[in-house]
Design a protein around this ligand. Structure first.
Ligand SMILES: [Cu+2]
Length: 387
């Protein structure tokens, strides 16, 4: 049935070719650099399309999608870099960091893989009590970080965007065993963390000739990242792909969060990671930009947050695309970092906003991006508070 989310079985949605390499750079005469030359225009297109003010000079959705496929094909041909040293800094060697006294290793097993993704499984927008137009496509191939049990023995839970939230306390190391388990896109991907401390080997970034060991994890390969929870890493941070095609693959869903607390600090009673991000035509092949919260669009599909009166509530909002968003929650307020009470705050690309408050107001509430075109394109959800 078309409106049912399909099993994430590696099946191929009809609107995408089975193999991006069939659409090689030569066919469209576009290489990766050319794509990124227009990539800015593509990103601009997304913004313009979302605001309904698209200009004539920007590429069509079909064109951005074709360019993305060419970029995928080019990325699948990138050879593993040799790590050519041109400067003394390229010859430096680094020991793997160990936990500080009292700290521990926090180990995770995470596999990158692609899945067929439905951004609105209910087919409805509960806020406006309306069906999403039947003609509107909902499934495309996303790219996710999947948490696994020790040794990648089995997968934990359903595919999700963002991937697992990684937790550590000051003095710990985060030891993340990463596996590129995807064959569909046939590209190197990585994990690049914000906020925590790492040596260049654990930066998880592709640097062309200067790529270090963690910056290019080819399909079928594994790598273990070690990141330090130093004292000034306390907070909430994003992680995301930073391989050779990271703009597209992060947009496809290779996103996650890291929460670092002081040693022994109490966790909030309710703690949610809320990614404000979007799927543009370049990754979906659709005509419209989908404005998402955690990979889903429209209330009833986006996360329904829950708490009860008296609880210590923390909402960690992360900007996961090229837009500025504002986080707004009805019926509540919190004190921002400068000590000012607020109920709406902006969050830029890969910035984090933490709204923390003691719940005092039962009922059905909404939370949403307060940029109207984003809100109306799906970036909204329910917050239900029990007495
Ligand atoms: Cu927004």
């Amino acid at each position: 049935m078309d409106d049912e989310p399909r099993e994430d079985d590696g099946g191929t949605p009809p609107e995408l070719p089975a193999d991006g390499t069939l659409l090689g750079g030569t066919r469209f005469g576009v290489d990766r650099r050319a794509f990124f030359a227009v990539g800015g225009a593509g990103a601009l297109f997304c913004t313009l399309a979302a605001t309904g003010s698209g200009g004539g000079k920007t590429p069509s959705p079909q064109e951005t999608h074709r360019l993305a496929q060419a970029a995928d094909a080019a990325a699948s041909r990138v050879k593993k870099p040799k790590g050519i040293p041109r400067d003394p800094v390229d010859r430096l060697h680094f020991p793997t960091p160990q936990p500080q006294p009292g700290g521990v290793k926090r180990e995770y097993w995470i596999e990158a893989r692609s899945v067929v993704w439905d951004y609105a499984p209910t087919g409805r927008d509960e806020w406006m009590n309306a069906r999403i137009p039947a003609a509107r496509k909902r499934r495309f191939r996303a790219y996710i970080y999947q948490q696994c049990t020790e040794g990648f023995a089995s997968r934990i839970g359903r595919p999700s965007i963002p991937g697992p939230t990684l937790h550590a306390e000051v003095g710990d190391t985060l030891v993340v065993h990463f596996r590129n388990g995807d064959e569909h896109f046939n590209q190197a991907v990585t994990m690049h963390a914000h906020g925590v401390k790492y040596t260049p080997d654990y930066d998880g970034s592709y640097f062309g000739d200067f790529t270090r060991v963690g910056g290019f994890i080819a399909p079928g390969e594994e790598f273990t990242y070690t990141w330090e929870a130093v004292p000034d890493a306390v907070g909430v941070w994003p992680y995301h792909d930073h391989g050779p095609n990271h703009t597209l693959n992060s947009e496809r869903g290779l996103l996650g969060a890291i929460v670092i607390r002081e040693r022994g600090a109490k966790a909030p009673d309710v703690e949610d990671v809320i990614y404000f991000h979007s799927f543009g035509p370049e990754v979906t092949g659709f005509d419209n930009v989908i404005m998402c919260i955690n990979g889903r669009a429209y209330a009833g599909n986006t996360p329904t947050l829950r708490a009860r009166v008296g609880q210590d509530v923390a909402f960690h909002v992360i900007g996961g695309d090229a837009n500025f968003h504002t986080f707004h929650v009805h019926g509540h307020r919190w004190v921002d970092a400068s000590g000012v009470p607020t109920d709406t705050r902006e969050v830029g690309p890969f910035e984090t906003l933490s709204a923390r408050f003691v719940e005092d107001n039962p009922g059905r509430w909404m939370y949403h991006c307060h940029v109207f075109p984003h809100q109306d394109a799906g970036m909204a959800g329910w917050y239900l508070v029990d007495p």
